[in-house]
Design a binder for this molecule. Structure first.
Ligand code: ZN
Length: 158
């Protein structure tokens, strides 16, 4: 079963990926066989929220968390998700090497492979700014998305 916070975040993703991401998460949860389950910690991020994140380590104290300004993240279009694993229904984990189900493959990497099968890129493969919790639908560039018309709910027409 997909948990409630994850369901709510899926509901706000771009309509074109809602069903697919539901399928991906179900498949991940099956592959992980019980202890670890996927939770989406962030999906759609507004332009204002993006600017607030961008400020960390620049105009606000703290570490830099992103190189993307408003409109420059695929999250801003509801086409990216960040995940963690919930272990035994209670503990959030961002451990990308732990093998909770003892099948000799890190649970996180099992998810990476399933996302990839559906055409989602993993931020862990990025060269300059590795973003391990991050997945985004392949084939979209912000420079292109930012110019697109939006529907009445604010989602871009793809
Ligand atoms: Zn992300």
């Amino acid at each position: 079963m997909i948990d409630q916070p994850t369901k709510e975040r899926i509901r706000k993703l771009h309509p074109s990926v809602r069903e697919e991401i539901t399928q991906i998460i179900k498949e991940c949860d099956i592959a992980l066989t019980g202890r670890a389950k996927v939770r989406i910690t962030q999906g759609l991020r507004t332009f204002a929220e993006q600017d607030e994140l961008y400020a960390y380590g620049r105009t606000k104290p703290g570490k830099k968390v992103t190189n993307a300004k408003a409109g420059q993240s695929i999250h801003n279009y509801g086409l990216a998700v960040d995940i963690c694993l919930i272990i035994d229904g209670k503990i959030a984990s961002w451990d990308t090497v732990k093998d909770w189900d003892n099948d000799q493959v890190a649970d996180w990497y099992e998810c990476v492979k399933i996302f990839a099968k559906y055409g989602w890129d993993w931020g862990g493969n990025w060269k300059t700014f590795k973003d391990l919790p991050h997945f985004e639908k392949k084939g979209y560039k912000w420079r292109n998305l930012i110019q697109k018309k939006r529907d009445s709910e604010g989602y871009v027409f793809l």
